[in-house]
Design a binder for this molecule. Structure first.
Ligand SMILES: NC(=O)c1ccc[n+]([C@@H]2O[C@H](COP(=O)([O-])OP(=O)(O)OC[C@H]3O[C@@H](n4cnc5c(N)ncnc54)[C@H](OP(=O)(O)O)[C@@H]3O)[C@@H](O)[C@H]2O)c1
Length: 254
Protein backbone atom coordinates (compact mmCIF):
# COMPACT_ATOMS: atom_id res chain seq x y z
CA UNK A 1 0.00 0.00 0.00
CA UNK A 2 1.07 3.60 -0.68
CA UNK A 3 1.06 4.45 3.06
CA UNK A 4 3.69 1.76 3.82
CA UNK A 5 6.08 3.28 1.27
CA UNK A 6 5.63 6.87 2.45
CA UNK A 7 8.84 8.89 2.86
CA UNK A 8 7.06 11.15 5.31
CA UNK A 9 4.85 14.22 5.34
CA UNK A 10 5.79 17.32 3.34
CA UNK A 11 3.95 20.67 3.49
CA UNK A 12 4.39 22.88 0.44
CA UNK A 13 2.92 26.39 0.33
CA UNK A 14 2.27 28.19 -2.93
CA UNK A 15 1.64 24.75 -4.41
CA UNK A 16 -1.09 25.83 -6.82
CA UNK A 17 1.16 26.94 -9.68
CA UNK A 18 4.81 27.29 -10.66
CA UNK A 19 7.71 26.05 -8.55
CA UNK A 20 5.55 25.00 -5.58
CA UNK A 21 3.28 22.94 -7.80
CA UNK A 22 6.28 21.32 -9.50
CA UNK A 23 7.84 20.47 -6.13
CA UNK A 24 4.59 19.14 -4.64
CA UNK A 25 4.06 16.88 -7.65
CA UNK A 26 7.66 15.59 -7.65
CA UNK A 27 7.61 14.91 -3.89
CA UNK A 28 4.32 13.01 -4.23
CA UNK A 29 5.68 10.98 -7.14
CA UNK A 30 8.75 10.20 -5.00
CA UNK A 31 6.56 8.77 -2.23
CA UNK A 32 5.94 11.70 0.13
CA UNK A 33 2.50 12.44 1.52
CA UNK A 34 2.12 16.05 0.48
CA UNK A 35 -0.01 18.74 2.09
CA UNK A 36 -0.47 21.35 -0.64
CA UNK A 37 -1.45 24.94 0.20
CA UNK A 38 -2.46 27.98 -1.83
CA UNK A 39 -5.49 30.28 -1.95
CA UNK A 40 -6.99 28.94 -5.19
CA UNK A 41 -8.86 25.70 -4.52
CA UNK A 42 -9.19 24.52 -8.11
CA UNK A 43 -5.40 24.70 -8.63
CA UNK A 44 -4.93 22.46 -5.59
CA UNK A 45 -7.67 20.06 -6.72
CA UNK A 46 -6.14 19.66 -10.17
CA UNK A 47 -2.71 19.10 -8.56
CA UNK A 48 -4.11 16.45 -6.19
CA UNK A 49 -5.65 14.64 -9.15
CA UNK A 50 -2.22 14.34 -10.78
CA UNK A 51 -0.87 11.98 -8.08
CA UNK A 52 -3.97 10.34 -6.59
CA UNK A 53 -3.82 9.45 -2.90
CA UNK A 54 -0.58 11.32 -2.27
CA UNK A 55 -1.59 15.00 -2.21
CA UNK A 56 -4.08 16.60 0.18
CA UNK A 57 -5.24 20.17 -0.37
CA UNK A 58 -5.17 22.60 2.57
CA UNK A 59 -6.43 25.92 1.21
CA UNK A 60 -4.61 28.80 2.94
CA UNK A 61 -3.79 32.47 2.60
CA UNK A 62 -0.35 32.61 4.24
CA UNK A 63 -0.85 36.25 5.28
CA UNK A 64 -3.45 35.06 7.81
CA UNK A 65 -1.46 34.11 10.91
CA UNK A 66 -4.32 32.32 12.67
CA UNK A 67 -5.23 30.35 9.55
CA UNK A 68 -1.57 29.36 9.03
CA UNK A 69 -1.39 28.11 12.60
CA UNK A 70 -4.66 26.16 12.22
CA UNK A 71 -3.49 24.70 8.90
CA UNK A 72 -0.18 23.46 10.31
CA UNK A 73 -2.07 21.75 13.14
CA UNK A 74 -4.72 20.36 10.76
CA UNK A 75 -2.02 18.84 8.53
CA UNK A 76 -0.43 17.03 11.47
CA UNK A 77 -3.83 15.82 12.69
CA UNK A 78 -4.73 14.48 9.25
CA UNK A 79 -1.42 13.20 7.89
CA UNK A 80 0.98 12.94 10.85
CA UNK A 81 4.10 14.89 11.85
CA UNK A 82 5.47 17.26 9.20
CA UNK A 83 8.97 16.08 8.26
CA UNK A 84 9.61 18.55 5.44
CA UNK A 85 8.17 22.05 5.08
CA UNK A 86 8.76 24.10 1.94
CA UNK A 87 7.50 27.64 2.48
CA UNK A 88 7.46 28.76 -1.11
CA UNK A 89 4.39 31.04 -1.39
CA UNK A 90 5.46 34.40 -2.73
CA UNK A 91 4.62 37.25 -5.05
CA UNK A 92 6.51 39.88 -6.99
CA UNK A 93 5.00 43.37 -7.20
CA UNK A 94 7.38 45.57 -9.23
CA UNK A 95 8.07 49.02 -7.83
CA UNK A 96 9.81 52.13 -9.13
CA UNK A 97 10.43 55.69 -7.88
CA UNK A 98 7.52 56.99 -9.96
CA UNK A 99 4.98 54.53 -8.57
CA UNK A 100 6.36 54.35 -5.03
CA UNK A 101 3.71 52.94 -2.74
CA UNK A 102 3.70 51.93 0.90
CA UNK A 103 0.99 49.40 0.04
CA UNK A 104 3.32 47.63 -2.42
CA UNK A 105 5.84 47.08 0.36
CA UNK A 106 3.20 45.98 2.85
CA UNK A 107 1.75 43.39 0.46
CA UNK A 108 5.17 42.04 -0.45
CA UNK A 109 6.32 41.79 3.15
CA UNK A 110 2.98 40.25 4.21
CA UNK A 111 3.19 37.44 1.65
CA UNK A 112 6.91 36.77 1.21
CA UNK A 113 8.30 37.42 4.67
CA UNK A 114 5.45 37.32 7.18
CA UNK A 115 3.66 34.60 5.18
CA UNK A 116 6.73 32.42 5.63
CA UNK A 117 7.05 33.28 9.31
CA UNK A 118 3.31 32.64 9.86
CA UNK A 119 3.71 29.12 8.47
CA UNK A 120 6.83 28.50 10.56
CA UNK A 121 4.69 29.34 13.62
CA UNK A 122 3.02 25.94 14.03
CA UNK A 123 5.96 23.94 12.58
CA UNK A 124 9.10 25.14 14.42
CA UNK A 125 8.00 24.27 17.98
CA UNK A 126 6.81 20.82 16.91
CA UNK A 127 10.00 20.02 15.01
CA UNK A 128 12.12 21.32 17.90
CA UNK A 129 10.15 19.15 20.35
CA UNK A 130 10.59 16.10 18.09
CA UNK A 131 14.23 17.00 17.39
CA UNK A 132 13.73 16.32 13.71
CA UNK A 133 12.61 18.02 10.53
CA UNK A 134 13.70 20.14 7.59
CA UNK A 135 12.31 23.60 6.79
CA UNK A 136 13.08 25.37 3.52
CA UNK A 137 12.10 28.95 2.77
CA UNK A 138 11.94 30.47 -0.70
CA UNK A 139 14.45 33.25 -1.28
CA UNK A 140 15.73 34.47 -4.64
CA UNK A 141 19.06 35.46 -6.13
CA UNK A 142 17.48 38.95 -6.21
CA UNK A 143 18.06 38.97 -2.46
CA UNK A 144 21.85 39.10 -3.03
CA UNK A 145 21.98 42.55 -4.62
CA UNK A 146 19.54 45.46 -5.03
CA UNK A 147 18.04 45.45 -8.53
CA UNK A 148 15.72 48.00 -10.16
CA UNK A 149 11.95 47.22 -9.79
CA UNK A 150 12.74 44.67 -7.06
CA UNK A 151 13.06 47.07 -4.11
CA UNK A 152 10.28 45.44 -2.08
CA UNK A 153 10.67 41.91 -3.49
CA UNK A 154 14.46 41.83 -3.04
CA UNK A 155 14.17 43.27 0.46
CA UNK A 156 11.95 40.35 1.54
CA UNK A 157 14.23 37.79 -0.10
CA UNK A 158 17.34 39.32 1.53
CA UNK A 159 15.48 39.20 4.85
CA UNK A 160 14.70 35.50 4.40
CA UNK A 161 18.37 34.76 3.65
CA UNK A 162 19.38 36.67 6.77
CA UNK A 163 16.79 34.85 8.86
CA UNK A 164 18.07 31.44 7.73
CA UNK A 165 21.69 32.41 8.43
CA UNK A 166 20.75 33.62 11.92
CA UNK A 167 18.58 30.63 12.88
CA UNK A 168 20.58 27.87 11.18
CA UNK A 169 23.05 26.99 13.99
CA UNK A 170 20.38 27.51 16.65
CA UNK A 171 17.90 25.12 14.95
CA UNK A 172 20.73 22.60 14.45
CA UNK A 173 21.01 22.15 18.22
CA UNK A 174 17.54 20.61 18.11
CA UNK A 175 18.11 18.42 15.06
CA UNK A 176 16.10 20.75 12.79
CA UNK A 177 17.59 21.63 9.39
CA UNK A 178 16.93 25.07 7.90
CA UNK A 179 17.60 25.96 4.27
CA UNK A 180 16.93 28.74 1.81
CA UNK A 181 16.23 28.21 -1.89
CA UNK A 182 17.57 31.01 -4.13
CA UNK A 183 16.56 30.50 -7.76
CA UNK A 184 17.49 32.75 -10.65
CA UNK A 185 14.79 33.00 -13.31
CA UNK A 186 12.44 30.02 -13.64
CA UNK A 187 9.65 29.86 -16.21
CA UNK A 188 6.41 30.11 -14.19
CA UNK A 189 3.22 32.23 -14.27
CA UNK A 190 5.13 34.75 -12.10
CA UNK A 191 7.97 35.30 -14.59
CA UNK A 192 5.64 35.03 -17.62
CA UNK A 193 4.55 38.59 -16.67
CA UNK A 194 8.12 40.00 -16.87
CA UNK A 195 8.83 42.29 -19.80
CA UNK A 196 12.59 42.52 -19.20
CA UNK A 197 15.26 40.06 -20.40
CA UNK A 198 15.70 37.07 -18.08
CA UNK A 199 19.22 35.65 -18.44
CA UNK A 200 19.64 31.88 -17.93
CA UNK A 201 15.85 31.37 -17.68
CA UNK A 202 15.32 27.76 -16.54
CA UNK A 203 12.55 25.28 -17.14
CA UNK A 204 10.41 24.31 -14.17
CA UNK A 205 11.63 20.70 -14.36
CA UNK A 206 15.29 21.77 -14.18
CA UNK A 207 14.53 24.03 -11.21
CA UNK A 208 12.72 21.21 -9.40
CA UNK A 209 15.72 18.90 -10.07
CA UNK A 210 18.07 21.47 -8.47
CA UNK A 211 15.84 21.89 -5.43
CA UNK A 212 15.32 18.15 -4.94
CA UNK A 213 19.12 17.60 -4.97
CA UNK A 214 19.53 20.42 -2.46
CA UNK A 215 16.91 18.88 -0.17
CA UNK A 216 18.58 15.46 -0.35
CA UNK A 217 21.96 17.04 0.53
CA UNK A 218 20.37 19.22 3.26
CA UNK A 219 22.20 22.17 1.71
CA UNK A 220 21.83 25.43 3.68
CA UNK A 221 21.52 27.54 0.51
CA UNK A 222 20.21 26.04 -2.73
CA UNK A 223 21.40 28.64 -5.25
CA UNK A 224 20.93 28.10 -8.99
CA UNK A 225 21.73 28.38 -11.84
CA UNK A 226 25.45 28.78 -11.08
CA UNK A 227 25.97 31.36 -13.86
CA UNK A 228 23.34 33.67 -12.36
CA UNK A 229 24.61 33.02 -8.82
CA UNK A 230 28.12 34.08 -9.85
CA UNK A 231 26.69 37.07 -11.71
CA UNK A 232 24.76 38.49 -8.74
CA UNK A 233 27.61 37.81 -6.30
CA UNK A 234 30.03 39.55 -8.66
CA UNK A 235 27.66 42.50 -9.07
CA UNK A 236 27.23 42.78 -5.28
CA UNK A 237 31.02 42.79 -4.79
CA UNK A 238 31.68 45.59 -7.30
CA UNK A 239 32.49 49.12 -6.11
CA UNK A 240 29.38 51.32 -6.12
CA UNK A 241 30.36 53.32 -9.24
CA UNK A 242 30.60 50.09 -11.26
CA UNK A 243 27.56 48.40 -9.68
CA UNK A 244 25.25 51.36 -10.27
CA UNK A 245 26.75 51.80 -13.71
CA UNK A 246 25.27 48.38 -14.49
CA UNK A 247 22.00 48.50 -12.54
CA UNK A 248 21.17 51.98 -13.93
CA UNK A 249 20.84 50.29 -17.31
CA UNK A 250 18.22 47.89 -15.87
CA UNK A 251 15.73 50.66 -15.01
CA UNK A 252 12.63 50.10 -17.19
CA UNK A 253 12.10 52.69 -19.93
CA UNK A 254 8.72 54.49 -19.93
N1 LIG B 1 9.95 32.01 -10.94
C1 LIG B 1 11.10 32.55 -10.62
O1 LIG B 1 11.93 32.90 -11.50
C2 LIG B 1 11.49 32.73 -9.19
C3 LIG B 1 12.80 33.11 -8.91
C4 LIG B 1 13.19 33.28 -7.59
C5 LIG B 1 12.30 33.04 -6.57
N2 LIG B 1 11.01 32.68 -6.87
C6 LIG B 1 10.11 32.46 -5.76
O2 LIG B 1 9.52 31.19 -5.87
C7 LIG B 1 8.22 31.22 -5.26
C8 LIG B 1 7.20 30.67 -6.24
O3 LIG B 1 7.22 31.50 -7.38
P1 LIG B 1 6.63 31.03 -8.77
O4 LIG B 1 7.49 31.62 -9.81
O5 LIG B 1 6.36 29.58 -8.76
O6 LIG B 1 5.29 31.88 -8.77
P2 LIG B 1 3.75 31.53 -9.05
O7 LIG B 1 3.61 30.57 -10.17
O8 LIG B 1 3.06 32.84 -9.12
O9 LIG B 1 3.32 30.74 -7.73
C9 LIG B 1 3.10 31.40 -6.52
C10 LIG B 1 2.26 30.50 -5.64
O10 LIG B 1 2.10 31.14 -4.40
C11 LIG B 1 0.72 31.18 -4.08
N3 LIG B 1 0.44 32.37 -3.28
C12 LIG B 1 0.61 33.68 -3.63
N4 LIG B 1 0.17 34.47 -2.63
C13 LIG B 1 -0.26 33.64 -1.65
C14 LIG B 1 -0.85 33.84 -0.38
N5 LIG B 1 -1.09 35.07 0.10
N6 LIG B 1 -1.18 32.76 0.38
C15 LIG B 1 -0.96 31.52 -0.09
N7 LIG B 1 -0.43 31.25 -1.28
C16 LIG B 1 -0.10 32.30 -2.05
C17 LIG B 1 0.00 31.19 -5.42
O11 LIG B 1 -1.31 30.64 -5.35
P3 LIG B 1 -2.64 31.49 -5.02
O12 LIG B 1 -2.53 32.77 -5.80
O13 LIG B 1 -3.74 30.59 -5.44
O14 LIG B 1 -2.61 31.70 -3.55
C18 LIG B 1 0.89 30.24 -6.19
O15 LIG B 1 0.52 28.90 -5.92
C19 LIG B 1 7.98 32.66 -4.84
O16 LIG B 1 8.31 32.81 -3.48
C20 LIG B 1 8.95 33.44 -5.69
O17 LIG B 1 9.33 34.65 -5.10
C21 LIG B 1 10.59 32.52 -8.15
Amino acid sequence: MAEAQSKGVAWVTGAGTGIGRGLAKRLAQDGWNVAASARTAHDLDSLAAQVPGRITAFQLDVTDEKAADATGKAIEAALGPIDLAIFNAGSYFPTTAKDFSVENFRRTVDVNLMGTVNCMGPVVPRMVARRAGHILVMGSLTGFVGLPTAASYGATKAALNSMVEAFKPDFEQYGVTLSVINPGFVKTPLTDKNKFPMPFLMSLDDAVDHIMRGIADKRVAINFPWQMTLGVKFLAALPNWAKFGITRKMIPKD
